[in-house]
Design a protein. Structure first.
Length: 436
């Protein structure tokens, strides 16, 4: 029977199905990279880990397009979400059968395609099953379930790696995803009416939540003319806001792809144990979760560009210092600066940047065609991340991890300089950010 907004608790019932699958996805990237390094050794392992992350990022782009259009045409939210979770569980368990290098990368790529399916239906479900007055709280709860799950999965992985082979970690992770499939199937009720994906772009909280789960949202497939239209305003000061913002976005995701792809291989190469590697990622994720609770309040009382520049400087500085310590302290003691700098860059700086930059992007979308603006934005995010992850492994092998990290930091500092040039950068923030 179809549900009505607010009926039977709405999101209160099905929202918890997100928690177990988030336990599974939180440690997965780290697990894949550590497994490939154990199979191929430090040098080749870095290359294959980079290829795995690149394959994941590359597949995510067409996956976002495919599942977006599928969601618009197949209005059964329960079927898409439950099937996605169930197939994610099966894919994770398949890592046990296809545990060689090619098999691992192939399975991880398949996981990228399958996991993209649930992102949009979950956000639409909130608007379709909750009253408008409770949307903000429901989106906040959805994000909280995801964050708590990611942190919980990393806690499990950190403990697991101390006593058991990490290759077997896919067993409990697959079980968590299957549990989410069962919960989604039993608690989700298809709404009596269905929104199109464009509805997400009209509400700030819904767009924030959707992009946090998957930073790719294609309402339309962008054309070459759309990119030309966005960037031709760069020639004139009064129209340079949008192209400068997009350039800074490209630089941010390029740098993030370069740094994040090699960070786990670097820690492993510096003789940190698998448990220590998971612990560093855990601390960063925990600090990020806490910072997100206060980032809205921090950004709301400052000009958006100012908050963005500050976060880019902090993240870029953290990356550069990580590179310096990788050069001077490239051994087991690297865990000390990693435990300090990674939470600053991936936790504090990322949460503030995400909040400020996506508010800027939301404001841009509202005065332009949402389909075109989001299509171009998603394309530049996807391809910048892919380019960064592809380059990362080769830079690390040819020049060293310190060059990789310092390069990523310098790119972020350039991004901060670009944002500082935005017209009207000192204007007060008029966005309706959540109060937290």
């Amino acid at each position: 029977m179809a549900s009505k907004p607010g009926e039977n608790g709405g999101a209160e019932r099905w929202i918890y199905s997100v928690l177990p699958v988030s336990l599974a996805t939180g440690p997965l990237s780290t697990l894949i990279q550590l497994h490939l390094i154990s199979l191929n050794g430090p040098s080749l392992g870095v290359i294959y880990a980079g290829l795995a992350v690149s394959a994941f990022n590359g597949v995510s782009i067409p996956a976002a397009m495919f599942w977006g259009y599928t969601t618009d045409r197949l209005h059964s939210r329960r079927a898409i979400v439950a099937a996605s979770y169930g197939l994610m569980g099966i894919t994770l368990l398949a890592l046990l059968l296809f545990s060689d290098t090619v098999g691992t990368i192939t399975v991880y790529s398949a996981f990228a395609f399958i996991s993209a399916a649930a992102a949009t239906p979950l956000n639409l479900l909130i608007m379709e099953t909750e009253s408008r007055s409770t949307w903000a709280d429901a989106f906040a709860k959805l994000s909280l379930m995801s964050s708590v799950g990611n942190v919980g999965g990393l806690i499990l992985s950190t403990v697991w790696a101390q006593a058991l082979p990490i290759a077997l970690l896919s067993i409990p992770l697959g079980g968590f995803a299957l549990l989410s499939a069962a919960l989604a199937f039993t608690t989700i009720r298809n709404p009596s009416f269905a929104f199109e994906r464009e509805t997400i772009a009209r509400r700030e909280q819904s767009l924030f939540s959707r992009l946090l789960s998957l930073p790719l949202l294609f309402l339309n497939i962008p054309r070459i003319s759309d990119f030309r239209r966005v960037f031709r305003g760069l020639r004139y000061g009064l129209t340079s806001y949008v192209p400068l913002f997009y350039i800074s976005t490209i630089l941010f995701y390029l740098a993030s792809g370069i740094f994040n792809t090699s960070f786990v291989p670097a820690m492993s190469g510096f003789s940190l144990s698998s448990g220590e590697v998971f612990a560093v990622i855990l601390v960063g994720s925990f600090i990020q979760m806490l910072t997100f609770r206060y980032a809205g309040k921090y950004v709301r009382v400052r000009p958006l560009a100012s908050s963005s520049v500050q976060s880019l400087l902090l993240r870029g500085g953290s990356y550069v210092l990580t590179g310096v310590f990788a050069l001077l302290l490239g051994g087991p003691l690297f865990v000390v600066p990693a435990l300090v700098l990674y939470p600053l860059g991936a936790g504090v700086a990322y949460a503030v940047y995400y909040t400020s930059s996506n508010t800027m992007m939301f404001n841009t979308v509202q005065v332009r065609s949402p389909g075109t603006a989001l299509g171009v934005y998603s394309a530049v995010v996807g391809f910048a991340t892919l380019a960064g992850s592809l380059a990362s492994g080769f830079i690390s092998v040819l020049a060293g991890f310190h060059v990789t990290f310092i390069s990523a930091g310098i790119i972020l500092l350039v991004a901060a300089a670009v944002v500082a040039r935005l017209p009207g950068r000192n204007e007060p923030n008029k966005s309706a950010l959540p109060q937290n």
